[in-house]
Design a protein around this ligand. Structure first.
Ligand code: DGL
Length: 265
């Protein structure tokens, strides 16, 4: 029997945080990753453009014969999930619903969400959290400077602390008890973010929650491969050099071979 892979895509290196968690949750599965590095960032682009990019990325992975599509990018999950589900006949999992479901376990119902401009403007996290916890009081803010800080390897630098302090000040006033890390890059900044909001605030890592959602889906639908596997393949849309250099801390290990492809329809 031919075993098919899980397809995972993001605008660039960030989705490797999701890839890493899926690799941990389902070590036997073959994984194919696509980073749309020629067109990153998605977070500052219009919903219409991100939808188009996401459909092209999805089509590339579907052509590879994947059995499930994971949208690792929060921005693409926020604006393109219905279009992807309409276009492709396979399960499509985004990062927003799993993160929102976990955030809705908040005791006080005061929840903060951080993400890119596109993710925050979409209001998708707020809607998803309220679908699980209607009385939730959700406060969201875009933190665009955190993405380049993580890519620069400055995730624990004093500058990251200063920037996070500025962005998160309003959450401290509102006494949130849960903060959703609604961007692929933020798990790298976890230490700094926790330091700023304090140890009493629960950080929800969408990458971890998404891997758990994929594991649950596999258990429900009997999609897991019983043996072998564990092959990892990486594709990018720009030359691979920067992806390899910047991506390794996101994955937590060496990437190996990365192949450049064209995905524009
Ligand atoms: N991957 C994006 C996200 O999670 C962040 C980087 C970008 O703006 O493309 O929203």
């Amino acid at each position: 029997m031919l075993h098919r892979a899980i397809g995972i895509f993001d605008s660039g290196v960030g989705g490797l945080t999701v890839f890493k968690e899926i690799m941990r949750a389902l070590p036997r599965e073959d994984l194919i990753y696509l980073g749309d590095t020629a067109r990153v960032p998605y977070g500052t682009k219009s919903a219409e453009t991100v939808r188009r990019y996401a459909l092209e990325a999805g089509a590339f992975l579907v052509d590879q014969g994947v059995k499930v599509l994971v949208v690792a990018c929060n921005t693409a999950s926020a604006v393109a999930l219905p279009a992807l589900r309409e276009r492709f006949r396979l399960p499509v999992i985004g990062v927003i619903e799993p993160g929102a479901r976990r955030a809705a376990q908040s005791r006080s119902g005061r929840i903060g969400v951080i993400g890119t401009e596109g993710t925050i403007a979409s209001g998708r996290y707020e809607d998803a959290i309220r679908s699980f916890l209607p009385e939730a009081s959700v406060c969201s803010t875009a933190c665009p400077l955190l993405v380049p800080l993580a890519e620069e390897g400055w995730a624990e630098h004093a500058v990251a602390h200063l920037v996070a302090d500025e962005y998160l000040a309003r959450f401290k006033q509102r006494q949130i008890d849960t903060l959703v890390l609604g961007c692929t890059h933020y798990p790298l900044l976890r230490k700094v973010l926790q330091g700023v909001v304090g140890d009493d605030v629960t950080l929800v890592d969408s990458a971890e929650q998404t891997a758990e959602a994929v594991r649950e889906l596999f258990a429900e639908q009997g999609l897991a491969r019983p043996d072998g596997g564990g092959q990892r393949t990486f594709f990018v849309t720009d030359v691979p050099d920067r992806f390899v250099r910047v991506g390794e801390p996101f994955l937590g290990q060496a990437l190996g071979r990365v192949t450049q492809v064209r995905i524009e329809g």
